[in-house]
Design a protein around this ligand. Structure first.
Ligand code: NDP
Ligand code: MG
Length: 407
């Protein structure tokens, strides 16, 4: 629910005056505000005149200070204690309350009142803020897909229990959320996630071994953080998105497909019972997804430029090669097995990608580590409680790191 408690943006330089598309400005929190999605959320907030009431990051206190000076939020949180101490000094003249450490971050979420919390924290650290948002009365605009990959069942059941509204920010899921408006409950037959295919689309496994982190970090469509960019190149990101879609929309893996779409303008599709496909198209720009999630159900302001349809050229769709890009196949396997297996896959991937970025293993070494770890932890499919799932994930991360060290 977008409340009308506050009407005036503190940023003061929004391009739409002090009101927001004819309505009062929503109050938001931006978590992970210094990252790729978070800084785009801040840009949307500035353009739309949202009332930014809290921001957070891990270590980058200088960038958080800049955001505090721009938006004058009532609170800011740094997950790193040293960075929090530094931020306190930096914003002493502003009166911003500074929270420290992971617990400080969840305390801030529970203490500051806003309409929407944008969770753009990266990695497993995004799960606690997601759970803290449950029952807070705020809408959750969720970019942190790991929350749903690691603990999708727990998150969705808490959302149901507490009546918390989750609007996806991940572009494919935002697209599907929008497409679903075209049909009724029970009429959906297939969710189709589009994938850029990554920079190595069409290559065979034997040619992938020599790929360097520099090449893997050069994404053809989106500019993102390092881990998610490598995940896009391995198709692990798409695999995680299949799990994310399954949890968010309550569909089994067998009803979720992936199609490689190189042009990056169709962000996903839904096929309904009458075999009609509904697609969402726009320029690839996360700011649209953030704005949609905060302003939903309203669409009033063009925060991104129009896509010139005549300049797009032919639009193509192709099947991904899940035999070469093993992580995609492993994600379907983990989703079907259930329990802790998606969390195990995620943890193994974090360890493997970190080793790849440090040049300790080669690109296909990531695939080997994922395959070995998932096979080793098949028994974790029987875990149902969140603490057991998290401990299986910790164990899998250590196991995967030890495999990386041996290679
Ligand atoms: P980035 O790495 O660019 O940014 C991560 C943000 O989270 C930073 O603000 C960082 O702070 C903060 N952060 C990192 N670790 C912690 C921690 N332990 N505790 C609290 N905060 C932390 O990531 P992205 O913006 O690329 O991705 C964010 C999320 O959105 C991910 O879940 C990703 O999968 C998802 N996503 C990203 C897309 C994109 O286009 N980038 C698209 C769709 C989804 P600091 O700067 O101090 O390190
Ligand atoms: Mg995505």
């Amino acid at each position: 629910m977008i409340s009308d408690r506050r009407a005036v943006s503190r940023a003061g330089d929004n391009e739409n005056g002090t009101e927001c598309g004819g309505r009062t400005a929503p109050g938001i929190m931006i978590l992970g505000a210094t990252g790729s999605v978070g800084s785009q959320a801040a840009d949307v907030a500035r353009k739309r005149g949202y009332d930014v009431r809290a921001v957070s990051a891990n270590r980058n206190s200088k960038a958080v200070e800049d955001l505090c000076r721009l938006f004058r939020p009532e609170a800011a949180a740094m997950a790193d204690d040293g960075a929090a101490a530094d931020l306190k000094v930096r914003v002493a003249d502003l009166g911003t309350k500074v929270y420290s450490g992971p617990d400080g971050l969840t305390e801030m979420i529970r203490s500051v009142s806003a309409d929407t919390v944008v969770n753009a924290v990266s990695g497993a650290a995004g799960l606690s803020p997601t759970l803290a948002a449950m029952g807070s009365g705020m809408r959750l605009a969720l970019a942190n897909k790991e929350s749903l990959v690691i603990a999708g069942d727990a998150v969705m059941s808490e959302a149901g229990r507490t009546g918390t509204e989750i609007i996806p920010v991940d572009s494919e899921h935002s697209a599907i959320f929008q497409c679903l408006k075209a049909g009724g409950d029970g009429e959906v037959r297939e969710l189709i996630l589009t994938a850029s295919g990554g920079p190595f689309f069409g290559m065979e496994r034997k040619d992938l071994g020599s790929i360097t982190p520099e090449r893997a970090l050069d994404h053809p469509v989106w500019k993102m953080g390092a881990e998610i960019t490598v995940d896009s190149a391995t198709l692990m990101n798409k695999g995680f998105e299949v799990i994310e879609a399954s949890k968010l929309f309550g569909m089994p893996g067998s009803s979720i497909s992936v199609l490689v779409h190189r042009q990056g303008v169709v962000h996903s599709l839904v096929r309904f019972a009458d075999n009609s496909y509904i697609a969402q198209m726009s320029k690839p720009d996360m700011r649209l997804c953030v704005e949609y999630a905060v302003d939903y159900p309203h669409r009033t302001f063009p925060v991104i430029d129009r896509l010139d349809l005549t300049s797009v050229g032919p639009i193509t769709f192709a099947k991904p090669d899940a035999q070469t890009f093993v992580p995609l196949a492993l994600a379907y396997r983990a989703l079907e097995a259930g329990g802790a297996l998606p969390a195990v896959l995620h943890a193994a991937n974090s360890a493997a990608v970190s080793a790849f970025l440090k040049k300790k293993i080669c690109f296909t070494g990531i695939f080997d580590i994922l395959e070995e770890t998932v096979s080793r932890f098949t028994g974790a499919a029987s875990c149902t409680d969140l603490p057991d799932i998290l401990s299986a994930a910790d164990e899998a991360e250590r196991f995967a790191a030890s495999l990386a060290a041996e290679k």
